[in-house]
Design a protein around this ligand. Structure first.
Ligand SMILES: NC(=O)C1=CN([C@@H]2O[C@H](COP(=O)(O)OP(=O)(O)OC[C@H]3O[C@@H](n4cnc5c(N)ncnc54)[C@H](OP(=O)(O)O)[C@@H]3O)[C@@H](O)[C@H]2O)C=CC1
Ligand SMILES: CC(C)(CO)C(=O)C(=O)O
Length: 300
């Protein structure tokens, strides 16, 4: 597949870090952002905070899909929170070419079907990229030297030249990435990882948190099994991660995940699409999920 242009729709923590690195290696990239963040990026560039310090990246930024110079070879990387997906899709449907490739680089497992309703060429990324966005104009890459692992595949399954191209470009930009035909099996494991992570947002480290996390994990595994949904094992996930994601020691003061980031910013969270997805799957497939329901209720 020929070289492509990227539109990163939602230039927060994940989208900002990905977009900055794509731009830095010369891949044509436009960020979609809004509010004070957009104003700062347009005025001063996107400030990328890494283990090497801060640098301003002069990546073009648009206020929405109407503001993007669309071409037939544009690939959209969708990086808004899951509860922001519908609004982003309304905007994209109104202005992007109907044949656009949309790559879901979000947590959760519900965004892909929402995108596929609107765009036939839907792809998914399993996002292992700890990042932070608390200040307008600034995104923080929490791992070094590799910012993240971003494997990609076609949704619902399969791999093709688009997945290969995107994976190759992400590698060029400094990420680990391979194309995988079973990407949703990896994203379902990530769903369980995130649901367990939600427990650590709710409770301090200790025996109660450990017991609740184990129960949430068991419920998630049981719900996925009852639904007949393929999921890679925790061991496969561990092997893929290896020691690639090395946390920066200089930002140890903010260990929270992306859900905690939303809470810190006083914004709505993605909880319905994280531990809430396990509750939904349990209800659909006859699996009791009391521990997951507790986490959902108390973090809602
Ligand atoms: N942060 C992390 O460490 C990780 C996050 N993820 C996943 O990545 C996805 C993105 O999370 P994250 O990057 O943390 O979220 P952020 O909130 O940091 O980034 C999303 C960005 O999209 C912007 N946005 C939303 N809707 C629109 C819109 N219609 N037009 C323009 N801009 C818009 C938001 O603006 P505003 O702030 O104004 O809402 C925000 O800047 C989530 O699914 C998350 O679970 C996965 C792995 C790690
Ligand atoms: C656990 C983590 C940081 C992994 O990338 C994540 O998915 C999140 O913060 O939501």
């Amino acid at each position: 597949m020929a070289p492509v242009r990227y539109v990163v729709y939602g230039a927060g923590a994940v989208g900002g870090v990905i977009g900055a690195h794509l731009h830095l290696v010369g891949l044509p990239t436009t960020l979609v952002a809004r509010g004070a963040h957009l104003d700062r990026v347009r005025a001063d560039g996107l400030v990328l905070d890494t283990d090497d310090g801060r640098r301003a990246v002069a990546v073009p930024a648009a206020a929405g899909a109407a503001d993007v110079a669309w071409t037939d070879d544009t690939v959209v990387l969708l990086t808004v929170k899951s509860h922001q997906t519908d609004a982003a899709l309304d905007d994209l449907v109104a202005h992007a070419p109907p044949g656009a490739v949309v790559v879901v680089a979000q947590n959760g497992v519900a965004n892909e079907a929402a995108v596929l309703r609107r765009f036939a060429r839907t792809y998914a990324v399993c996002v292992m990229l700890p990042a932070l966005h608390l200040e307008p104009g600034v995104v923080v890459q929490k791992c070094w030297p590799t910012p993240g692992i971003l494997d990609v595949g076609r949704f619902p399954s399969g791999s093709d030249d688009v997945a290969d191209r995107v994976a190759a470009d992400l590698r060029t930009a400094g990420f680990e990435s391979v194309a995988r035909p079973d990407i949703m099996a990896w994203k379902h494991r990530k769903l369980l990882v995130n649901a367990v992570g939600d427990v650590s947002t709710l409770l301090p480290t200790g025996p109660e948190a450990d017991q609740l996390a184990a129960a949430v994990l068991a419920e998630g595994e049981a719900a996925l099994a009852a639904a007949g949904i393929p999921v890679v094992t925790a061991e496969q996930d561990d092997v893929r991660r290896g020691d690639v994601l090395r946390p920066r020691v200089d930002i140890a003061d903010f260990r929270g995940n992306s859900l905690a980031q939303s809470i810190t910013r006083g914004l709505p969270t993605e909880i319905d699409y994280r531990v809430g997805e396990i509750v939904l799957l349990g209800r659909l497939h006859g699996v009791a999920t009391p521990a997951s329901e507790r986490v959902l209720r108390e973090l809602k």
